[in-house]
Design a protein around this ligand. Structure first.
Ligand code: ZN
Length: 248
């Protein structure tokens, strides 16, 4: 593949990373991601095109608002770089295909859900419900409608049971995010996501307990683990299953 193709993928990833920042900042507060145009959260000054160039504007402005000098969190360029890297990973795995476009959409959903969960302890319906619909729609050109439907119902259903049994230890947002993931990955990917996210969540929880930062009842935000596991499954479900079968 030519260099220009990779540069284009990186640019698209950075732009969607910038959009992901807007989703993370606005959706939990019930604001539109379209209007008003981007502005400094402190002084309210409208941002110009030069202020909105992903990563570079943050570097040139040394992490400060051009108008009021308020510090701009390093998380903005970090989310942009992360999204671009994840877009590149999807492209390297799936090439020029419908799977790549679907994977990019899933990436934006996963990154924004994970950060909103970290910030606010919720995963908003305005992300997950359109996310399931999108997953089912794109399945017509990827894994097929019924595999996507079964993936969504099974994974959402399993986490719904966990939520009921744990009496709120698992949130409704996690249940709906699981349905989104299942609609994009189908059953095999959903199964891997379930195992991997549980494993990561358990390792994290036990670590917190060992260092005395948490007790058995401390709720763990599960969204970020679902996101990491789902991304991994979307790229490597086949290899992981082959490896697992080889163990027997
Ligand atoms: Zn400002």
């Amino acid at each position: 593949m030519e260099t220009v193709t990779y540069l284009a993928v990186a640019a698209v990833g950075l732009l969607f990373g910038s959009f992901t920042n807007v989703i993370i900042a606005r959706i939990p507060h019930g604001e539109s991601v379209v209007t008003p145009s981007s502005h400094c959260p402190r002084c309210g000054h409208r941002l110009g095109v030069l202020d909105l160039v992903p990563v570079l504007s943050w570097l040139f402005l040394k992490g400060k608002c051009r108008y009021c000098q308020e510090a701009i969190s390093i998380r903005y360029p970090a989310v942009e770089l992360l999204t671009a890297a994840l877009f590149m990973g999807v492209f390297l795995r799936w090439g020029i295909s419908a799977y790549t476009l679907a994977g990019w959409a899933l990436t934006v959903i996963l990154v924004s859900s994970a950060f909103i969960d970290l910030d606010e302890g919720i995963i908003p319906d305005v992300i997950t419900i359109p996310g399931v619909v999108l997953g089912l729609v794109v399945s017509f050109v990827t894994i097929g409608f019924f595999p996507a439907l079964w993936g969504a119902l099974a994974f959402g259903g399993v986490l719904f049971l966990v939520a009921v049994i744990s009496k709120g230890g698992m949130g409704g947002g996690d249940v709906k995010l699981a349905a989104v993931i299942g609609s994009f990955t189908g059953l095999p990917g959903a199964f891997i996501t379930l195992l991997l996210s549980s494993f990561l969540g358990a390792v994290y929880g036990v670590t917190l307990m060992l260092v005395g930062r948490a007790g058995r009842k401390t709720p763990v935000k599960f969204g970020p683990f679902l996101a990491v596991a789902a991304y991994t499954a979307y790229l490597f479900a086949r290899e992981i299953i082959a490896w697992y079968m080889g163990l027997w």
